[in-house]
Design a protein around this ligand. Structure first.
Ligand code: IPE
Ligand code: IPE
Ligand code: MG
Length: 250
């Protein structure tokens, strides 16, 4: 039985998020430049998007560039932006062929104008697709996202349009860039690092975390299947005890 066949299709995570990490180390191990690692990571993006869509996952979020990544050397940022531009323009057709909708979260205004424009165009060109939503987290960080939500709320408060009685966790979620997207059930981080690096701090309150030593450019469909199988073996109790969950199931 293949790993894919072992997956229980009735209990798939609806939203899988991935912190794609390890491109630089992958390249260093091969005596190549960090940029070569980023280039090879594009194949892993394609593979994971294809695998998630084939399985029936509804949302796949890929953390591609963080707010903190703006502090990297300029040549690396330029190369990453160039790669992003190239990938968006070459992959839009594949997204349409596979009925995948593109979305983006993050401070997109900080992106270079040409990239911002091609991203917006790709999002529009794929907006009618229904099989899966591929969310790119670009110039994203959770503290930025939460801060901009608080700013919007403060503005509404100043204008007198805010009713404190309405404030609830789901109300707050609607101010985040992930508004309308369900919280991820599964978060994968590659490369062996076991940290969150400012990613979806609010949204992962009850997410299952999966860390793998596989470096992002080596990540293939089978690695995604392994993560989902691991997720399916976990008991998600949400504060309750096992017996309560079993009672609900019977
Ligand atoms: C992830 O790989 C890609 C981005 C953060 C853009 P890294 O570039 O962080 O690779 P390592 O962690 O240095 O190996
Ligand atoms: C996290 O990776 C950000 C992305 C994957 C886009 P980093 O490589 O930037 O994270 P740290 O700095 O090692 O925590
Ligand atoms: Mg890294």
């Amino acid at each position: 039985m293949s790993l894919k066949d072992k997956i229980d299709k009735a209990h798939l995570p609806k939203h899988v998020a991935i912190i794609m990490d390890g491109n630089g180390r992958w390249a260093k191990m091969r005596g190549k430049s960090r940029i070569a690692g980023h280039k090879n990571g594009v194949t892993s993006v394609r593979e994971s998007a294809e695998a998630a869509a084939e399985l029936g996952v509804n949302y796949l979020t890929l953390y591609a560039f963080s707010t903190e990544n703006w502090s990297r050397p300029k040549y690396e940022i330029d190369a990453l932006m160039h790669l992003l531009l190239k990938t968006i323009s070459t992959e839009t057709r594949t997204l349409n062929k596979n009925n995948i909708r593109l979305a983006a979260i993050g401070n997109l205004d900080l992106l270079p104008r040409n990239i911002h424009n091609s991203l917006v165009r790709a999002i529009e060109d794929t907006s009618g697709n229904t099989r899966m939503t591929l969310v790119l987290a670009l110039s994203y960080s959770s503290r930025w996202e939460i801060t901009q939500a608080v700013k919007k709320i403060a503005e509404e408060s100043r204008q007198g349009t805010l009713d404190p009685g309405l404030i609830s966790p789901s109300w707050f979620s609607s101010y985040l860039t992930t508004s309308g997207i369900p919280d991820p059930e599964l978060l994968i981080r590659t490369s062996g690092e076991q940290r969150i690096s400012n990613f979806m701090l609010w949204q992962i309150a009850y997410t299952e975390l999966y860390f793998t030593g596989v470096l992002w450019p080596d990540f293939r469909k089978e690695d995604l299947y392994e993560a989902i199988l691991d997720y399916q073996q976990r008991e998600r109790r949400f504060g309750k005890i096992s017996e309560q969950l079993n009672a609900n199931n019977s």
